[in-house]
Design a protein around this ligand. Structure first.
Ligand code: MRU
Length: 346
């Protein structure tokens, strides 16, 4: 099994996703600031993985605090959490994990600071274990939508590398394969960061699941030829009405899927739901460096002086979404009701 992230002896170890597939190297973080930097620089990425990393970062941050009374400890912890929370804006799992860790501290005021530190470490490890179990449950629900022989299109990387393990969209693929179905994956390369080309193909190849790489602008061609049976993608944040923020290009895929009568599924844990937002219009979209658009493998592809835009995510409106697969079940329109019901389910 691919171990995207581990937390052992005060070290958070992550696979360096900026170097895959050429090299499988690890980055060790010993401070909350190093974890924040790893998230910002995409050493670790993907909404659930960012959440797990953040929880471990908060634990490292707590360990470094010298205050021995709760008030001083909690104040410093909050400051560190606020800075970590700014590392990436779109994936709600970051804020979700930080809030969960802060709540653990806040609700255990009676413990000594030493005990609190160990309680926070335990919570971070629980978040990791829960994430894998969540993905497996999501996969079980999702695989009921997949038939033997299906070709699944996916965008970006919503796999083991984007989570603590198993994956969300690729969790549906893995669960389908585990159920004995013959599945093939088409992976959009996902310009500009190439998560599809570099990461999705790498992890499916590791597991021996058939995958073919296509450039983003080819998926309409294959849909129109009826060579894609369904689309499954992940999500970074889902608003109460079912609008989905996911990797830039997802909206384009959803429009093409609708045009070609192909089901468009989103696989995401309940922690990715942000029911405080009425619609996708309120979801903050990260703008990343234009250098990531201007260069491929550090080689410049556009003339000096040319400007490039780089919104890292887009919003797929709910009317293009066939269903949202969560660990608690499958939500369909009207999403305002179905998502609320699944979110409140234990
Ligand atoms: O910029 P990234 O690589 O963090 O974006 C990742 C995605 O958009 C994924 O599809 C999403 O986080 C779901 S991951 C299970």
């Amino acid at each position: 099994m691919i171990k995207t992230i581990e937390y052992i002896d005060g070290v958070v170890r992550m696979i360096d996703q900026t170097r895959l597939p050429a090299e499988k190297e690890f980055v060790d973080c010993r401070t909350i600031e190093e974890v924040g930097h790893a998230i910002k620089s995409m050493v670790i990425r993907g909404a659930p993985a960012i959440g797990v990393a953040a929880a471990m970062g908060v634990s490292l941050g707590a360990d470094s605090i010298e205050a021995s009374a709760f008030e001083g400890f909690y104040q410093e912890l909050e400051e560190k959490c606020d800075r970590l929370g700014q590392s990436r804006p779109t994936a709600v799992n970051l804020a979700w994990a930080i809030k969960r860790m802060k709540n653990v501290a806040h609700n255990n005021k009676s413990l000594s600071v030493i005990e609190l530190k160990s309680r926070l470490k335990e919570e971070a490890l629980t978040i990791l274990t829960e994430d894998i179990a969540t993905n497996e449950a999501m996969g079980q629900h999702g695989q009921t939508l997949v038939e033997d022989g299906n070709v699944i299109l996916t965008h970006c990387n919503a796999g083991a590398l984007a989570t603590a393990g198993f994956g969300t969209a690729l969790g549906v693929v893995r669960a389908s394969v585990n159920a004995g179905k013959n599945i093939r994956v088409l992976a959009n390369e996902t310009r500009p960061f190439l998560q599809g080309a570099r990461l999705t193909t790498w992890e499916l190849k590791e597991d021996g699941i058939p995958v073919k790489l296509i450039t983003d602008n080819m998926c309409g061609f294959f849909m129109n030829k009826q060579e894609i049976d369904l689309v499954v993608v992940g999500a970074d944040r889902i608003a109460a009405n079912g609008d989905v923020a996911n990797k830039i290009g997802t909206y384009m895929v959803a429009v093409l899927a609708k045009e070609n009568n192909i089901p468009f599924y989103v696989a995401a844990p309940v922690s990715t739901l942000d029911l405080s937002l009425a619609s996708g219009k309120e979801i903050p979209i990260e703008e990343r460096s234009s250098e990531e658009v201007m260069t491929i493998n550090n080689k410049r592809i556009a003339p000096e002086g040319v400007e490039a835009a780089h919104p890292a995510f887009d919003i797929t409106p709910n009317h293009l979404v066939t269903a949202i697969i969560t660990e608690n079940g499958i939500a369909r329109a009207p999403f305002t009701e179905s998502l609320k019901a699944l979110a409140n389910q234990k």
